[in-house]
Design a protein. Structure first.
Length: 52
């Protein structure tokens, strides 16, 4: 392979890895947000509504 092709492949791999990491981080953040929101919801809910 010539140097230009090698450089293009390296850059493409770096971009692909960056996108994967961002996608993973967004998923983790969404799960943490959902879980923490759920904990807050149950903590703030009045005890009487738990019996329904």
């Amino acid at each position: 392979m010539n140097p230009t092709t090698t450089r293009a492949i390296r850059i493409a791999n770096k971009i692909h890895t960056t996108i994967e990491v961002l996608y993973l981080m967004c998923g983790v953040a969404a799960m943490m947000s959902l879980y923490s929101g759920e904990k807050i919801y149950f903590a703030l809910r009045p005890a009487t509504s738990q019996r329904m």
